[in-house]
Design a protein around this ligand. Structure first.
Ligand code: HEC
Ligand code: HEC
Length: 347
């Protein structure tokens, strides 16, 4: 099994952001205090850009926007329509459905621990959450609103006008809309699962079957080659053969961003936290259940010219598949969002 440089990355990130505390001063709001601790199992440092410090007030504003249908052209959907908290901030469809029933090309990813992300979208084409969160508003297959229209609608609201003024010290601006939404997305975190409790000195937290599953995950199953680190992802791109058929890929994936043919059919490794709540799976929603996912890996993925070299047939027994399933289910923990994540009272 190859261990990629995730530990090194974590250390580098920690150094890079050592000065940027999650509860850095916010001129417009009281500090959230020194009480914020990430849930058990997650990195202590979450990278937060210096020009968008996180605070309970900003997370509350972002949360209101996230659930507000006024950000879609016909006021029919909000971010939360697709990223539904009841499904680990995704929905149960294979492909996204936006305004006027318009169907998007990819599955809605769950939004869990994305504050630790290094790039966004299945192909990683966007580098920051501040930029990412403005994309779905403008995407005509999603919310289909120009940023000018979005800003106008918010300026027309006395409540938002006052909130933005207080938070950002100017009238509603698109950049600040992106910042507030990004701040909220950073507060969507999951940790403190049975797996985390087991890893942190509570051997009884994982039943024997899930413990066997963890062994397979790290060993025979080779899952840890890509699903590694506190968030069970290397934040990198791999071809596991999903979407391959009739000699081509339905979606070029990372290739579209890098232009490198080796990246054809490669997608970002998703976190496995809360996976049990987030069916169907993969960028095209083509695998209905976790059992299907395990079968996909057991056969070594879908053979194709660009298949990742860490993919090969596993020959797992029925018992081993069941154990792996039990382990994946043990990655469901405490999912919190908004001011509550920062230890503040919900607003
Ligand atoms: C119509 C459904 C839909 C709506 C509405 C929607 N999204 Fe998404 N979201 C998606 C899809 C689909 C993707 C993945 C697209 C891709 O990879 O090309 C995505 C990706 C994301 C990601 C990147 C996650 C990652 O792991 O890379 C974030 C963050 C996100 N959305 C936040 C938001 C926010 C904030 C809003 C509201 C302003 C929103 N979304 C509205 C469907 C939606
Ligand atoms: C070569 C890297 C790699 C290996 C090895 C690997 N995965 Fe993945 N995993 C990925 C990538 C990339 C995706 C997304 C693929 C896509 O959408 O096309 C993914 C997706 C998943 C998903 C779906 C998550 C979601 O939100 O849709 C699950 C569950 C999963 N993997 C579990 C496993 C298990 C269990 C193993 C070991 C048996 C494993 N993976 C081995 C890279 C890998």
């Amino acid at each position: 099994m190859r261990y990629r440089s995730v530990c090194v990355h974590a250390a580098a990130l920690a150094l890079l952001y050592a000065g940027v505390r999650l509860h850095a001063a916010d001129p417009a709001r009281p500090r959230t205090g020194d009480s914020w601790k990430p849930p058990l199992g997650l990195d202590a440092y979450m990278p937060v850009p210096e020009d968008n410090p996180l605070s309970a007030g900003k997370a509350a504003l972002g949360k209101r926007l996230f659930f507000d249908k006024a950000l879609s052209r016909d006021r029919s959907i909000s971010c939360a329509t697709c990223h539904d908290p009841a499904h680990a901030f995704t929905d149960d469809r294979a492909a996204a459905v936006g305004v006027f029933g318009r169907k998007g090309p990819r599955r809605v990813p769950k939004l869990v621990n994305r504050g630790y992300g290094r790039s966004f979208f299945w192909d990683g084409r966007i580098a920051t959450l501040e930029k990412q969160t403005l994309q779905p508003i403008q995407n005509e297959l999603e919310m289909d609103l120009t940023l000018d229209d979005a800003v106008r609608r918010l300026r027309d609201s006395a409540v938002y006008s006052a909130e933005f003024l207080k938070m950002f010290r100017r009238e509603v601006h698109a950049d600040d809309l992106g910042k507030a939404l990004a701040a909220y997305v950073r507060t969507i975190v999951s940790g403190d699962s049975p797996y985390d409790r087991y890893m942190n000195g509570n051997p009884g937290a994982l039943p024997p079957e899930a413990r066997l599953g963890l062994d397979i995950f790290r060993g025979k199953g080779n899952c840890g080659a890509c699903h590694i680190g506190p968030n069970l992802t290397d934040e990198s791109f791999h071809n596991t053969g999903v979407g391959w058929g009739d000699g081509e890929f339905t979606d070029p994936g990372r290739f579209e961003v890098s232009g490198d043919r080796a990246d054809l059919g490669a997608f970002k490794t998703p976190t496995l936290r809360e996976a049990a709540a987030a069916a169907p799976y993969m960028h095209d929603g083509s695998l209905a259940t976790l059992e299907d996912v395990i079968e996909h890996y057991d056969k070594g993925g879908e053979p194709n010219p660009h298949l990742d070299r860490d993919m090969e047939p596993l020959e797992l027994s029925e018992e081993e598949k069941q154990a792996l399933l039990a382990f994946l289910k043990s990655l469901s923990g405490k999912l919190t969002d908004g001011p509550a994540t920062l230890g503040a009272a919900p607003q």
